[in-house]
Ligand binder design. Structure first.
Ligand code: 5GP
Ligand code: MN
Length: 331
């Protein structure tokens, strides 16, 4: 059997130029895993650049180092250069090159060694080292495992730990879903490493602006339809809502989950009318696979119980289509 960890350890045994990239609209797991891995690699004396295709929610500004990351949408040249210069490119928390937009091509044609660390279903075979585990709660869990397998658990400090704990919290909804026994082992190890998880939760969840709660109120009061017969909840936001509520990237994060709090709702879908595209967030409970639905009908994917997709059509047609196809997946 090939010793993948040994090979990677060998590759990392001399200082390298390293680029870390995660997916568009980075969430807590994308940001936490990227910045946690960056802090670790910097400790090993590598030169590390972190790239995100688009901006991250400002609520994650507290994550160590994130404010020095390169945002492709804001600085295309710097992002491309960082990738072109890299000896190693770490691809975190995404399974296909279409998740990083135009940078996908730069990565595809780069001569750098590519390392994929991810927990999404169906990873594309573009990497040289693949650490894909769809049973993992989060990419942060897998980054911790990688560091541990490389023999460096002791190098995990409170700052790195806080980055990695962030993905555990955000991708599991505070340990309410997506966990396995190992998830808690990682949480324990990070706490042992000095993470203050209570303070971290406070930073993650209690940093909302009043406008976020007003937007949530609007969604729940005026933009929600529950189709009792199918256990389906649909919510939508129009272009005008985007203007009226000054909705910025990341502001709609988490809203879709509220519908799952309703008795008998088994699938929840949020449809966002963005300037040139309709973005859709899918969530489900138990055995219902929104991944299959997102993949089959909405050009997307993700996880069984949490997926995303998109459509180029008008809002009402997309909602109509959702209502038509959803029953196929709700058992
Ligand atoms: P969200 O609804 O929070 O945007 O995304 C939920 C999950 O689906 C995340 O794990 C995300 O990576 C994945 N996802 C979101 N949008 C897309 C998409 O357009 N394509 C694919 N393949 N996955 C997506
Ligand atoms: Mn993730």
């Amino acid at each position: 059997m090939i010793d993948v960890i040994g090979e990677l350890k060998q590759l990392l045994s001399f200082p390298k130029e390293i680029a870390i990239i995660s997916h568009r609209n980075p969430d807590g797991d994308a940001i936490g895993s990227s910045m946690g891995l960056a802090a670790y690699l910097q400790k090993l004396h590598h030169s590390v650049k972190v790239i995100f295709p688009s901006e991250y929610p400002t609520s994650f500004n507290f994550i160590f180092g994130v404010q020095r990351s390169i945002i492709y949408d804001l600085n295309q040249n710097a992002a491309k250069q960082a990738l072109e210069k890299a000896d190693i490119i770490f691809c975190l928390d995404f399974n296909g090159l279409d998740r990083v937009d135009k940078l996908g091509e730069t990565i595809q044609f780069s001569k750098a060694k590519k390392v994929l660390v991810d927990h999404h279903l169906d990873p594309e075979p573009f990497s040289d080292f693949e650490f894909s585990d769809t049973g993992a709660s989060s990419t942060c869990e897998l980054v911790f495992k990688l560091i541990d397998d490389l023999g460096d658990r002791a190098k995990v400090d409170p700052i790195m730990g806080e980055c990695l704990f962030t993905g555990l919290i955000t991708d599991t909804g505070s340990f309410r879903y997506g966990t396995r026994p190992y998830t808690y082992e990682v949480a324990a190890a990070l706490k042992v490493a000095g993470v203050d998880d209570y303070q971290l939760s406070d930073k993650i969840f209690n940093s909302q602006k009043a406008k976020h709660l007003k937007l949530l109120g609007h969604c729940l009061a005026n933009r929600m339809e529950i189709i009792e017969d199918h256990g389906l909840g649909i919510m939508w936001l129009t272009k005008k809502d985007y203007e009226d509520f000054d909705i910025q990237r990341g502001d709609t994060e988490g809203i879709v989950n509220y519908m799952l709090m309703i008795e008998n709702v088994k699938m929840a879908i949020l449809v966002l009318e963005q300037p040139s595209i309709i973005k859709i967030s899918f969530r489900s409970k138990g055995d219902i696979s929104v991944q299959e639905m997102a993949h089959k009908y909405f050009n997307g994917g993700g996880h069984k119980n949490a997926s995303g997709g998109s459509a180029y059509a008008n809002l009402h047609d997309v909602i109509k289509r959702i209502k038509k196809v959803a029953p196929e997946f709700i058992k």
